[in-house]
Design a protein around this ligand. Structure first.
Ligand code: TYD
Ligand code: MG
Length: 457
């Protein structure tokens, strides 16, 4: 029996395969991620099923696109992240920490689709029918186009999908699914891979759109969705602070759309609700007349999002000052502080600095550089920047304020939210139209922006 089994080692992080155990994965350089798994050689050397039906080549012009029309799921934020709706026959992976709201989101998708007369099959390997019903009761009314199934055996799932022919199926979660041919436990790399393979054959072969839920785990025996990323069409990550109520859906890979779009949701007691205007949501509860705070703007895909940047500068008690950055790149903050020190003459060398993006958002676009600098100077010099001022612009090493993309849209967003002044790069002048009711302050050096707030703060 054992002779038929081959022992191989898989990296839990990236799926790297090796015949012997290694401390560090050569693929992703993670430490201590290799786990032993027994695979039957027959299975690993080709999937057999692909030979049953041989395909003939077809001409590109003969491929009919009309049947590939996207299906909108009634949740605008998700549709946008998907690139305009669900593509028939696509395989979408929704990853995220346990408890973040993946099942809730997909159940809501199922509900909306079922109401539009799309036949939907929700397969759960984690919860009982009763538990799903309890969740469904919180979300709202359901129609009978939604079918539920509690099953973890993939052959059974394949058989049911072939029989019921749903348009959309949800598999919650991939870590609970298992394939009889593979001896290792559900959740192991080979099980997760083989299960995804089977789901892919179903999706492509029958034109069923399948959503796969995958829990992200940092360690432990369950294979994270990272090993599946290359197999599926679209990878969405659902993230957010478990303590804050909002959640962000981000596309990391999308064969049918852009990957910089994000969708913002709020977790309520009736399920997830779309946040149509994230800027307003992020700026909620901003302190008035406090130094060290300024509003900046970052583009997330096609949408400008305004966030409050906070900085706290205080006298350092030790020889080496402490620097912390929450929600943005730590090295970038250090770089900007060096620019302020050298080019503007703000002496931060003996000060601790804490920079934070309020609301728990993570932003790395260089357009928030100017905001970070202004917040630091505002805290250091204890000047209040009026809460009607917004600033954006990338800062270079010689203290110059550089151009950023889509300046006009950022200005429009500020205007929509009632800001009166926008500090922006001089070089963006040609791309921004004069707008009534908002003052545009063009700066070419970070020093100019600082002088402006010193005068008007
Ligand atoms: P869930 O969708 O089960 O997470 P996942 O599938 O990603 O593991 O989300 C569960 C969390 O969401 C749980 O802590 C309860 C909370 N929740 C609400 O706050 N409101 C609701 O209406 C629902 C259904 C869940
Ligand atoms: Mg779940």
């Amino acid at each position: 029996m054992l002779k038929n089994k081959k022992i191989v080692y898989f990296c839990q992080e990236c799926g790297y395969e090796s015949t012997k155990w290694m401390g560090q994965c050569p693929g992703c350089k993670a430490w201590n991620t290799f786990v032993e798994e027994a695979v039957s050689p027959k299975k690993s050397s080709g999937s057999g099923k692909s030979q049953e039906k041989r395909q003939e080549p077809v001409m590109l012009k003969d491929i009919n696109l009309t049947e590939d029309e996207r299906q909108t799921c009634g949740i605008g934020e998700l549709d946008r992240v998907l690139g305009g709706g669900i593509v028939p026959g696509s395989l979408v992976l929704v990853g995220g920490d346990p408890g973040i709201g993946k099942s809730t989101l997909l159940l809501q998708v199922c509900r909306n689709l079922a109401q539009k007369d799309v036949s939907v099959l929700y397969i759960s390997g984690e919860e009982s029918l009763r538990q799903i019903k309890l969740r469904a009761n919180r979300i709202g009314d359901f129609t009978d186009k939604l079918q539920l199934l509690c099953e973890t055996n993939l052959e059974a799932i394949r058989e049911i999908i072939e029989r019921k022919k749903p348009d959309v199926a949800v598999v919650d979660s991939i870590q609970t699914m298992f394939h009889e041919d593979i001896s290792s436990a559900p959740g192991s790399v080979s099980q997760v891979r083989e299960s995804t393979n089977v789901l892919m054959q179903i999706a492509k072969g029958m034109g069923v759109s399948i959503f796969i839920v995958g829990h992200v785990t940092k360690e432990g025996n369950v294979a994270g969705p990272r090993v599946l990323e290359h197999m599926v069409d679209t990878v969405l990550y659902f993230e957010g602070d478990r303590h804050a109520s909002y959640r962000i859906l981000r596309a990391v890979k999308n064969r049918f759309g852009s990957t910089n779009e994000i969708g913002v949701f709020e977790m309520r007691n009736i399920g997830l609700e779309e946040v149509k205007n994230p800027s307003e949501f992020m700026l909620n509860g901003r302190p008035k007349d406090a130094s060290g705070s300024v509003v900046a703007c970052s583009m997330e895909g096609t949408r400008p999002i305004l966030v409050e940047i906070q900085a706290l500068i205080c006298q350092s008690n030790f020889g080496i000052p402490r620097r912390t950055a929450v929600g943005t790149d730590f090295n970038r903050v250090n770089l900007l502080m060096a620019v302020l020190e050298r080019k503007v003459g703000v002496h931060l060398a003996s000060s601790d600095a804490y920079v934070n993006i309020a609301g728990g958002m993570k932003m790395t676009e260089p357009a928030i550089d100017l905001g970070i600098c202004l917040a630091i100077v505002s805290s250091f010099k204890d000047i209040v920047i009026p809460d009607t001022v917004m600033a954006f612009g990338e800062i270079g090493l010689s203290g110059e304020v550089r151009a950023v993309s889509m300046a006009g849209q950022r200005v429009q967003e500020a205007k929509k939210l009632g800001f009166e002044t926008v500090i922006l790069p001089e070089v963006c002048k040609s791309s921004v139209e004069k707008t009534q009711g908002i003052r545009l302050v063009y700066v070419s050096q970070v020093q100019d922006a600082i002088s402006y707030i010193m005068k008007h703060g």
